[in-house]
Each structure stands twice: as C-alpha cells, then as structure tokens.
Design a protein around this ligand. Structure first.
Ligand code: FDA
Length: 394
C-alpha cells in the first residue's frame, strides 16, 4: 500500500486545483494532486460551449457574489487577468475577445487542459486520478488521508473540489462536508447561472416559442440589471441575461423583464408612435422575433392602433413592455447550472492565503468557497486567483 508523504495534497484536479498544484510545485514543494474523476479539468473542457471563457478583461469585486463582499479583493488584485492571458500566450493558445471583455479559446478548451497538464509535469506535481478519499484526519503536525490508492500524509491540505453543478461531471459536496467535519461554517448551496422554469400551466405558451431569442434587461428584487440575450426554452427562460439574474433569484420572487432595452424613455416613445399612427406590432417587429410579437399580442390582447389608447392604457402598456414581472416556479437545477452559490463560509478563511482561520494547514480554493462570479469568465478567474493566492502561502 502507498504510504507516501507530501508537503501538500490538493484534492480536486479542476481549474483551481491544477493551478494551485502547479504554482506550489514551482515553489519547490512536493505536491500530490488527486481527483476521483478519470480525467482532470472536466468543467474546463465543456465550458463556454467547448471554447472556455477563461477570463474577462474587466474583473472587479462587483462581479462576485459572496456573503462577505470584501473577501475576493486581495486574491483578485494579486492575480489579474493579464497574468493568465500571458500564460495562455506562452503556450501559443489562440484566443478571441467577445462581447463585454470575455476571452475564449479559438481552437477548443482542451488546449487549456493540455496547458495545465504540461505545467503539472514542469512543476513536478504527482497526479493521481480515479483516487477516492474515504477519510481525512488531522494529526499533531500531519494530515492523514485514507484513499483508494492507500494512506497518504501531508503537511498542508488544499480542498479544491468545486461546487455541486453538473453532477454528471463528478461534482460532489466533499469540500463542504470536510469543512463541516472540522467545525467550519458552510453557506447553504443552490444552483446559479441556471435557466428558470415557468409554472406548468404556462409551459405550453413558452414551449411554442422555444428557440426564440431577444434582447432584454433582466432583474430581480435583490440584484443588478443584466442587459443581454434571453433565450426561450421548452420549460421557460435561459440565455445570458436570465442566467445572470438567476444568481439573484429566490423561489416565490419575480423576475422583471424590460423587453425594449433599446428604447430610452418608453412613455415618450409610445406617445410618438401614437402621433405617427404607426401600428404597434409593426414597430415591435424591429426589436422582437415576429412569432414573439404575435404571441405577446395574443396573450395580452393589445390593440395595434395606439390612437385608441387613453393615457392610463398607454402607461399600462409601457409597464408591460419594460417591467414585465414573471414568476418562475423553479430553476432547472444543478444538472443545468453552471455554478453553485453558497459554499464554505469566507468569514472563517483568510482572504490572503485561503487558509482556514480555525484549522491551520487546511485551505479552500475555487468554487467550494462561498464565492460565485457573474457569467463572463469570472468564475474561472476566481479559480485561478484564489489558487494562486493559496499556493504563494503554502
Ligand atoms: P472544478 O469543478 O473545476 O473542479 C473540482 C474538481 O474536484 C473536479 O475535477 C472534481 O472531479 C473533483 N472532485 C469533486 N469531488 C471530489 C472528491 N470527493 N474527491 C476527489 N475529487 C473530487 N466559468 C467561467 O468562468 N467561464 C465559463 O465559460 C464557464 N462555463 C461553464 C460551463 C458549464 C457547463 C459549467 C458546469 C461551468 C462553467 N463555468 C464557467 C464555471 C466553472 O467551470 C467553475 O466555476 C470552475 O470550474 C470552478 O473551478 P474549481 O476548480 O473550483 O472546481
């Protein structure tokens, strides 16, 4: 049986775990990176439609949700997007910038995983895959792990087991359970960056329109407004603006849609249309897919001739167009969520080193922490930055 001894064991060979193991290896530490999955970096591979939105040119603390909003500042400041971009360029990986500073690989996310595998070798990190951890104990000056590959010991233990989204990619609550085993607080988890499901009685209406996309501003009572595409699905709503707003949505609450973000001053705009005697549906077709205009007209039974509208009706129409409140029944769950909100409470973790304040030698990085980024490469940037901060202190 394996009885090996390491300076550091990193559990979870995803985005954060690989980054941390590499940086710790470069610092001359004897590092084991282990994962229960057969391959490292499964989420990197499928992310961004297979192209991985690996960072964003404009990363600020406001792009993250965390019970303690100051927590992310130090790590993000010390490992900025340029540092990761430089790494990608050093490996000659072609990339492109899309809308809102989002950076994607051009030839596939597999290249990023290959980059990490190369650097794991350069850094002398030992990688054990298909390795299952059944028990973790802290001795007087050692961590002791019982695994399917034998008993392992280390000075430091880094937990990088991610969140609960995409269980088919071997996501697990291992990190949260371990935190609880050592008496650390864990914030309740829920799916984030996730499509929203409309109540069953409305699904026929949405289903008829599935596949259509239009630009909206989506918001909830608790979060910022998100301007971007909304995609109609068989069950309800998806697309970037909805995924973003889903992070701030709670069951029973409304999601508010401005269906005409292009129009500034809707009341004046409707008045103008009324004076010009323009049929409303003709104008809406400039902004919405034709089928959506028809379905919306049928649903609300609106009159195409604005000359027939009193001021009160015009105001109500303005409200329907720019503040349409919908009440989703649920989210599409972890199976469809890009991230999970919640995780190991940051109040009990050092924002500079990611070390537990209560349990010396125990570190948490990446999504297992109660830190969730907006859509746009922010979650990977958090994985890189938290891993880097941790590795410098090991
Ligand atoms: P990550 O999930 O990457 O890694 C955790 C690792 O721990 C996995 O390898 C897992 O097998 C392992 N593990 C779990 N339990 C274990 C156990 N008990 N024992 C051993 N190993 C265990 N973000 C972004 O910024 N841009 C994007 O384009 C996308 N796109 C995207 C698409 C989809 C479909 C998903 C599901 C997610 C994204 N994300 C994203 C989010 C991003 O993938 C995510 O935030 C990071 O991968 C988190 O990195 P971590 O290293 O923390 O966890």
């Amino acid at each position: 049986m394996n009885q090996k001894q390491y300076d550091v064991i990193v559990i979870g060979a995803g985005a954060a775990g690989m980054m941390c193991a590499i940086e710790a290896g470069y610092r001359g530490l004897n590092v084991l990176l282990l994962d229960h999955a057969p391959k490292p970096g499964a989420k990197i591979r499928i992310s961004g439609g297979g192209k991985c939105n690996f960072t964003n040119r404009n990363v600020e603390p406001k792009h993250f949700i965390c019970s303690n909003p100051h927590f992310v500042k130090s790590a993000l400041a010390r490992y900025q997007p340029d540092a990761f971009i430089e790494r990608v360029e050093r490996h000659a990986i072609a990339y492109e910038e899309r809308d809102k500073g989002q950076l994607f690989t051009l030839d596939g996310a597999g290249q990023l995983v290959a980059m990490f595998r190369t650097e794991l070798d350069w850094a002398g990190v030992e990688l054990q895959l298909n390795c299952f951890v059944s028990n973790v104990q802290k001795g007087s000056d050692q961590w002791q792990l019982i695994t399917s590959n034998g008993s392992l010991q280390s000075q430091k233990l880094v937990v990088a087991t991610g969140g609960l989204s995409y269980p088919k990619l071997r996501a697990s609550d291992f990190g949260m359970q371990l935190a609880q085993q050592f008496g650390l607080a864990v914030m309740p988890s829920r799916p984030g960056l996730v499509p929203l499901v409309m109540p069953a009685r409305q699904q026929a209406w949405w289903s008829e329109l599935s596949g259509l996309s239009l630009r909206v501003i989506a918001s909830t009572a608790r979060g910022p407004e998100f301007d971007g595409a909304m995609l109609i699905t068989h069950q309800g709503l998806s697309g970037p603006s909805i995924l973003q707003a889903s992070n701030y949505w709670f069951a029973g609450e409304a999601i508010r849609l401005n269906l005409l973000p292009q129009i500034k001053g809707i009341a004046g705009w409707l008045q103008e249309l009324k004076q010009q005697a323009q049929p409303l549906s003709t104008v809406l077709k400039q902004y919405w897919p034709k089928r959506f205009v028809q379905a919306w007209q049928d649903k609300f039974g609106f009159d195409d001739d604005l000359a027939n509208y009193s001021q009160i009706r015009l105001d109500a129409l303005a409200e329907q167009l720019t503040a349409w409140s919908l009440y989703p029944e649920d989210t599409a769950g972890y199976a469809k969520a890009e991230v999970s909100l919640g995780g190991v409470a940051t109040d009990e973790v050092s924002s500079k080193t990611m070390e537990s304040l209560k349990v010396p030698g125990l570190y948490f990085i990446g999504e297992v922490l109660d830190v969730t980024g907006h859509l746009g490469g922010f979650n990977f940037q958090w994985a890189w930055a938290s891993a880097h901060a941790c590795a410098q202190s090991l």
